[in-house]
Design a protein around this ligand. Structure first.
Ligand SMILES: [Zn+2]
Length: 474
């Protein structure tokens, strides 16, 4: 029997606000434990929350980027449960009237086709504290408590671990483009709960699902799902059944393990948060935010391919990061060849930045300077290997490529007279190679070109050398 999987994700994204969702404490990461706290985010009885309007704007902005319907009226609710990282015993979240409904993300599949993954809703809520376990004791750090989170819930449209990964990468890219989150996985900016089930092909009803909670790496989601789908299928093939339960991913062992049964589903006794007003958005307000929407990654890729004539591969590499895409466009506009500009950035620039652990914003080379370098090669003033040398100098110290070429005497020799001298010298010194070439060995010409380049210290124009050698030896 063949099976299909249905996977749904609940992605928690930390919003990029300066302060927490209901108080003025800063959201800075990495401060000493319990130094970014106040009675509100510590959950003291009677402390009054005040809504951070920037958290609402960022969530609505995300909803607009993801094609959601924005609810003109939504409200906050209390989700009641007892847990040490939430001392007031409820989390302020949104229940039946979230900020955004519907929408979706189109993902690209391995075979090149596209698939739309639908979204159910997006709501906002507060993050909880962090349990810390030490050798002899445990503690709770409340710095994270009250950090604004946006929860993005998908429909069970995802059919494989590959699709889940493609979805998460596309989502991360869009959120980064919109500037709504730092989407830094190491700092826990993006965590997700993964629901999965399998059903026989031809059966419409979804199978029983299991849940993996708090996954904080994409690789973990991918591996856990690959394991879990296979486990569920083999369980059913053996004639067993899937229990509705929460499972834990053991990254080291590479397996999922049962944690707790979901048979007694939690009743959170949601009720409207009495200390916060409902959120009412006017059409004018939503339109105002919509005007600031960025060009989305997929649209930008298509436009870059159209405007600069670069291949899809290049567009994919360059548009992964908005800053890189901006840098490319600024360089390409001033370059005689946009494809050469793309090659320089994709290979040399990005490799060098990775090697030195630098962001593109820290590069000492301006787009105009890189374009000048590209153009020096295009008009054959320097060849590509000299250009790489010039690039190294520019990368380390900055500076105008023309001036570096001039100061170091790197300009390519295109003076026929000067090259002719080197050609004659090479012919005189390599009688055997010359004889090989005349005897029909085409490869011998390459060796002779190499000799001339060596005599000119790499500065001869290789095209001219080739022409001159051929003429003299014919
Ligand atoms: Zn606080």
């Amino acid at each position: 029997m063949n099976f299909v999987a249905n996977i749904g994700l609940e992605v928690h994204v930390q919003l990029k606000t300066r302060t927490k969702i209901f108080c003025g404490c800063p959201t800075t990461f990495g401060a000493p434990p319990n130094t970014r706290v106040c009675p509100v985010c510590l959950g003291y009885p009677g402390a009054m929350p005040a809504m951070n309007s920037e958290a609402i704007r960022l969530t609505v902005f995300s909803g607009l980027m993801l094609g959601c319907k924005i609810n003109p009226y939504s409200k906050m609710d209390r989700k009641n449960y007892y847990y040490p990282d939430m001392p007031k015993n409820y989390q302020i979240s949104q229940y039946d009237q979230p900020l955004c409904l519907g929408g979706g993300i189109e993902i690209k599949l391995a075979d090149g086709s596209k698939k739309m993954i639908g979204l159910t809703r997006i709501h906002i809520e507060e993050d909880v504290g962090k349990n810390m376990h030490f050798a002899a004791s445990s503690g709770i750090d409340f710095n994270r408590a009250g950090t604004p989170l946006m929860e993005i819930v998908t429909e069970p449209d995802i059919a494989s671990a590959d699709e889940a990964l493609a979805f998460l990468e596309a989502l991360k890219e869009i959120l980064a483009y919109g500037g709504v989150s730092d989407v830094n996985l190491e700092e826990g900016n993006l965590r997700c709960d993964v629901n999965s089930s399998v059903r026989p092909v031809g059966q419409d009803k979804l199978g029983t699902k299991t849940e993996l909670k708090n996954m904080n790496t994409f690789k973990g989601v991918y591996r856990a799902l690959s394991y879990e789908i296979t486990r569920q299928i083999s369980e059913l093939e053996k004639g067993g059944r899937i229990r509705q339960e929460t499972r834990r991913w053991d990254d080291l062992a590479g397996v999922t393990l049962a944690m707790r049964s979901k048979e007694e589903a939690h009743d959170y006794r949601y009720f409207p948060e009495p200390d916060l007003l409902p959120i009412v958005l006017t059409p004018a307000q939503i339109d105002d935010w919509a005007r600031a929407l960025p060009e989305l990654p997929e649209n930008r890729r298509a436009r870059m391919m159209r405007d600069y004539g670069i291949p899809e591969y290049d567009a994919n590499v360059l548009a992964v990061d908005q800053a890189v895409a901006n840098y490319f466009e600024a360089t390409a506009k001033l370059s005689k060849s946009a494809k050469s500009a793309s090659n320089w950035i994709m290979t040399t620039v990005l490799a060098k930045l990775t090697e030195q652990h630098l962001a593109i914003g820290e590069l000492k080379i301006t787009p105009a300077q890189l374009a000048s370098l590209v153009n020096l090669v295009e008009v054959k003033i320097i060849n590509i290997s000299t250009a790489k040398e010039v690039f190294e100098i520019m990368f380390a110290q900055g500076g105008e490529p023309e001036e570096i070429v001039k100061a170091k005497g790197l300009a390519q020799v295109s003076d026929t007279g000067a090259i002719e001298k080197f050609v004659d010298e090479a012919i005189a010194a390599n009688a055997k190679t010359v004889a090989d070439y005349k005897g029909g060995k085409e490869a011998a010409l390459k060796a002779l070109i190499g000799q001339v380049m060596k005599l000119s210290k790499g500065k001869a124009n290789p095209g001219l050398v080739n022409d001159l050698l051929k003429r003299k030896l014919s």
